[in-house]
Design a protein around this ligand. Structure first.
Ligand SMILES: *[C@@H]1O[C@H](CO)[C@@H](O)[C@H](O)[C@H]1NC(C)=O
Ligand SMILES: *[C@@H]1O[C@H](CO)[C@@H](O)[C@H](O)[C@H]1NC(C)=O
Length: 304
């Protein structure tokens, strides 16, 4: 009995070890002015043009914690996609730089460029699908999701932001600045003003824009729920659709969560009574990105 228990424990330790040893650091991957570290998980078996999922961490979080705490690597094994885990060099609070003019500009620099360099490197190295690059994260990772789809609409196919803020809401004069005003829901703009912030990130760009879903708890006292409303105004205006939803579904995927869709490219979930620790629903992300798809007809930048 003791021996069996011991064997099981050892087996469990070995499989945990195996999983963590599969997160590989890449050191030379292109322009990276803020010295963000790159970690990647590449499944043993992949389709010829695998999709890519980027998973930026939360404040005080690490690449390793996202790798361990989210199912993306396991789902990548199952459905055939690569996942990338950037790690900030900002050791003060391990939050992403979502404030600098550099991050908030296409190819401008900041943490955003470092992360995009990881994507560009991976596209080349693994002949990955440039039309199926996705980004999802929680809190600071959700802010970075908004930043990446805003500054790099030419790279991403879609984003999924869990408890974040609108693109540019943290805008400041330096890298990785915290904005109390934004966090507490005091940065209020009209849809067209918010959309201008996004459009100014990449002046003259008129191509495909990544679709976005954003999810937020009504009891979030770190990034106040007003930030969901500001994202709704921003992205509906970017997509040129009404701020009135085209479809509202209650109790999905959990009781008390309400999904509002605004045309085909944007959806917002309001999770009643949920605080800043909104629990990621992997299926919601996988389905929005169509990452379970194995046909030649999956959602991509080529989809309408
Ligand atoms: C970049 O970050 C790594 C740790 O992630 C550190 O070892 C290295 O010294 C940093 N390089 C610079 C130039 O800051
Ligand atoms: C990421 O950075 C943190 C903070 O410096 C560090 O503890 C961690 O080991 C780094 N690497 C990964 C894979 O998370």
């Amino acid at each position: 009995m003791l021996r069996i228990t011991l064997t099981l424990l050892l087996a469990a330790a070995a499989s945990a070890q195996k999983l963590s040893s599969k997160l590989t650091q890449i050191t030379e991957f292109g322009p990276n002015p803020r010295n963000v570290s790159m970690y990647i998980y590449v499944p043993a078996s992949l389709p010829p043009n695998p999709p890519i999922l980027v998973a930026p961490h939360w404040c005080h979080g690490t690449a390793q914690q996202v790798f361990n705490g989210r199912p993306w690597a396991t789902l990548g094994d199952q459905y055939g996609f690569i996942s990338i885990y950037p790690n900030t060099s900002n050791l003060a609070d391990q939050c992403w730089d979502v404030s600098s003019k550099e991050s908030l500009s296409h190819d401008g620099g900041g943490d955003a460029l470092g992360i995009v360099s990881m994507v560009r490197w991976t596209l080349k190295k693994y002949n990955a699908d440039k039309n199926r690059v996705f980004v999802t994260g929680t809190s600071s990772g959700a802010m970075m999701t908004n930043v990446l789809v805003g500054s790099y609409p030419d790279i991403f196919a879609a984003g999924s932001a869990w408890a974040g803020v609108a693109f540019g809401c943290f805008a400041g004069n330096g890298y990785g600045e915290w904005s109390d005003a934004c966090a507490t829901g005091k940065i209020i703009k009209s849809g067209s003003d918010w959309a201008a912030v996004v459009k100014n990130a990449y002046p003259g760009y008129s191509g495909f824009r990544p679709k976005l879903q954003t999810l937020h708890g009504t009891a979030d006292n770190v990034l106040y729920p007003q930030n969901l409303k500001e994202q709704v105004k921003q992205w509906t205006s970017v997509f040129g659709v009404s701020e009135t939803p085209t479809e509202v579904t209650k109790d999905t995927p959990l009781k008390g969560w309400t999904r509002s869709r605004y045309g085909k490219k944007f959806e917002a979930y309001e999770a009643a009574g949920v605080d800043h620790n909104i629990p990621t629903q992997a299926d919601v992300v996988m389905d929005f990105f169509d990452l379970k798809c194995k046909s030649s007809n999956c959602y991509s930048r080529r989809s309408r």
